[in-house]
Design a protein around this ligand. Structure first.
Ligand SMILES: NC(=O)CCC(=O)C(=O)O
Length: 264
């Protein structure tokens, strides 16, 4: 499967500009033969969290746009995430649509990142974030979620062979980003496909380094600071091969873990 990761700058509080930019990138990726396209986190508004009442998607605009594009161009889209207004609050929401234009996942970021004020403005997600495309199971988490190994493990245990990670990860901690992504791939023996933004907003400069990491841990793509689209082919049968080589999932000691489990 040919994967395209979009590493773009995001206009702070500028959804119209951002929709146009994303449409241009989607068109370019589709023209270049991408079968699945991944966008970064909060690409409609960026972290303009104090303006969400006015700017967040409250009418299904993003899902409709992604569904229409996916169907017209016959591509799957992991729609990064966008700020949404629903159920009386604001969320950081990932939409995934398949190439028939069907919405196959709506995942709200589970872990709110305090350093970027998410705990003040956003609600926590409650769903797991796994989904099916073409008979295969995938997972999706958002940015700060990667600091919670148990959360990606839950997706892997529920069948995910590749986990997508849209992000707005600052340059100041880009070493954490790269190491955490590689660790999540190795420990779950799955592909990690991560799209981070570049550019800056009033508070942060963002680090890029969108990456594709294979189930054995090799970095198959790293976009560095380059703006644009990175392409890689992935073959999900590698996941079965690596899981067969070291049977980590069979060797887990769940009763032992439960015996010593602590909530904090
Ligand atoms: N947007 C985010 O969730 C950023 C997470 C982050 O920077 C981190 O260090 O974790």
């Amino acid at each position: 499967m040919k994967i395209a990761c979009v590493q773009m700058d995001i206009a702070f509080g500028g959804p119209e500009t951002n929709f146009q930019r994303v449409e241009n990138y989607l068109e370019e990726a589709a023209e270049n033969g991408a079968e699945l396209i991944v966008l970064p986190e909060m690409w409609n508004t960026g972290y303009a969290l104090t303006e969400l009442d006015e700017l967040a998607d409250g009418n299904g605009r993003t899902a409709d746009f992604l569904k229409r594009f996916a169907k017209e161009h016959r591509v799957h889209i992991v729609g990064g995430s966008v700020s949404t207004k629903k159920k009386g609050g604001f969320y950081n929401t990932m939409y995934v649509v398949d190439s028939t234009g069907a919405l196959v996942s709506e995942y709200d970021k589970a872990h709110r990142f305090g350093l970027m004020d998410e705990h003040i403005h956003l609600e926590e997600g409650q769903s797991l974030g796994t989904f099916e495309i073409g008979g295969e199971t995938f997972g999706g988490v958002i940015c700060y979620d990667i600091r919670f190994p148990e959360w990606l493990r839950a997706q892997a245990l529920n069948g995910a062979k590749a986990i997508f990670v849209p992000a707005e990860w600052p340059a100041a901690r880009i070493d954490h980003w790269r190491i955490l992504l590689q660790a999540r791939a190795i420990e779950n023996q799955c592909f990690i496909i991560a799209a981070n933004r570049i550019g800056s907003d009033p508070k942060n400069e963002f680090g890029g380094h969108s990456m594709v990491i294979a189930p054995w841990g090799e970095v198959r793509m790293d976009m560095g600071q380059e703006q644009g689209i990175g392409y890689t082919d992935i073959d999900l049968s590698e996941v079965d091969e690596v899981r067969g080589r070291i049977p980590v999932f069979d060797d887990r000691r769940v009763p032992l873990y439960k015996k010593f489990e602590k909530s904090h």
